[in-house]
Design a protein around this ligand. Structure first.
Ligand SMILES: O=C(O)C(=O)C[C@]1(C(=O)O)C=C[C@@H](O)C=C1
Length: 446
């Protein structure tokens, strides 16, 4: 059958669309994928690397792909940024079409020595289903809790410079004390090697530097891959920073639970689609899933995992004309007054590094059009040392051609479209990398 073309492994179920994610099963990305694409409706295909997910979507072998983008405490996932920077032009059709947030509670997993059984209670060796579901879903209430005894002083005066500004770090707060939130459940002196995804190290600095200082760390492609490797090593000398769900799926013991530095640790994931094929994405998801259904889905995450109980090359102007694009449609038939808060847009651009003010002028187009710039990342441009490609996120969305025409008849282009047009005049080259719904708003019930 034609629609089975390009799908390897024979895993695709007839009629179901394929969603690729960073695997293996039980990775945090798998959890985010299940939260967005129920297995009853989609064939979920684990990939070995984040790049494999981009390739699957670019080639069309997957309808959607899910990749980690940034962590609340450890920042951007540089592998993903580099793929969006796309210096070799391998992923020209990749667009972000949605986002997902999940709370990330890391555990240290390993083989529990038989003589430790008396130290560990059953509740310590594995997470209960309800606990796992609550700790890994963005729907969990009270997500933003600090460690016991800490005070999160969100009420400090943010706009005033600290008194010794110019000499001190510009953040006025030190919200968390430098002590790990968790203690090992059993002694860890046997552990000679720890495996994890590089993003996880930076999220668990306090615990690892306190209890496993000097122990060799090995980067692997995901936290669930780390758990798989520890499972295979029967010596009991290795451990993985991974999830409670991975412990259940792989049959490993939990040596410590909640080892992340901050209790409000979260990771944001992007759903990737292909340019020209995203029509109806938002409608599709909204119809499928009311807020209450999504809570139920989150609770079944562990169950679905088999747990018995849940760029632009610098120097060239590559502005893409609006007519080349088919942006995901927003369902209202009449172009409504713009509400930039409801959407986000990712853009990459390069500038002339030799002309003073070119970065400032590029960023100014967004403020000129009332668009809030929410993040800025840089990666090496690949053209010349110490030249960069900038990746910015703004609130608002690019309108597709049809919408834009409708709006022009009623009085002008949308703000993002205007800003992008002007960006083309001040930067070297830019690329639109997608517009999607701001999922933080639905979480806050706005
Ligand atoms: O390793 C995993 O389980 C992933 O899904 C990757 C990833 C990441 O790259 O940020 C996702 C969530 C955590 O922040 C740690 C690792």
């Amino acid at each position: 059958m034609d629609d089975l073309k390009g799908i390897d492994g024979g895993e695709r179920e007839r009629g179901k669309k394929v969603v690729a994610f960073l695997g293996p099963r039980a990775s945090y990305t798998h959890q985010a994928t299940l939260d967005t694409f129920p297995e009853s409706e989609y064939t979920l295909q684990p990939q070995i690397t984040i790049e494999d997910v981009f390739s699957a979507v670019q080639s069309g072998s997957a309808y959607r792909g899910v990749v980690p983008f940034e962590n609340s405490s450890n920042g951007s996932v540089v592998f993903t940024l580099d793929l969006f920077a796309d210096l070799n032009g391998k992923y020209p059709d990749i667009l972000v079409c949605d986002e997902a947030y999940i709370a990330v509670q890391h555990c240290l997993l390993g083989h529990i020595p038989s003589d430790s059984s008396s130290i560990m209670s059953a509740s310590e060796t594995s997470l209960s289903t309800s606990e796992t579901a609550a700790s890994n879903t963005h729907h969990a209430p009270n997500l933003h809790h600090g460690p016991p005894g800490s005070t999160l002083r969100l009420d400090s005066t943010p706009l005033e410079s600290p008194p010794n500004s110019g000499a001190a770090t510009p953040t006025p707060l030190t919200p968390y004390p430098g002590k790990p939130l968790a203690h090992p459940l059993i002694p860890l002196h046997n552990i000679k090697k720890i495996y994890s995804h590089p993003q996880a190290w930076g999220q668990c600095k306090l615990f690892l530097n306190t209890y496993l200082k000097g122990v060799e760390r090995q980067d692997v492609s995901s936290t669930s891959r780390a758990a798989e490797l520890v499972k295979m090593d029967q010596s009991g000398e290795s451990a993985a920073v991974s999830s409670g769900i991975a412990a259940r799926v792989m049959g490993l013991g939990v040596l410590a639970r909640g080892i992340e530095d901050r209790g409000d640790n979260e990771t944001r994931f992007f759903v990737l689609g292909r340019r020209g094929e995203g029509v109806g994405w938002e409608r599709e998801r909204e119809e499928r899933k009311s807020e209450s259904e999504s809570v139920a889905e989150s609770n079944s995450v562990a169950a679905s995992m088999g747990v018995d109980t849940p760029h632009v090359r610098s120097g060239e102007s590559q502005s893409i004309s609006v007519s080349e694009l088919t942006q995901p449609t927003v369902s209202s038939p009449q172009a409504p007054a713009e509400n930039h808060e409801r959407y986000k847009t990712l853009i990459s651009f390069t500038i002339s590094h030799s002309s003073p003010g070119s970065l400032a002028q590029s960023l100014a187009v967004f403020s000129k059009h009332g668009l809030n710039l929410t993040s800025i990342n840089t990666r090496p441009s690949g053209v010349e040392n110490w030249n960069y490609i900038f990746l910015v996120e703004i609130k608002g969305r690019r309108e597709e051609e049809e919408e834009e025409e409708r709006r022009e008849q009623g009085g002008g282009k949308g703000a993002v479209n205007k800003a992008l047009e002007e960006l083309g005049g001040v930067c070297r080259g830019w690329r639109w990398l997608g517009s999607w719904q701001n999922r933080l708003l639905s979480r806050e019930g706005r």
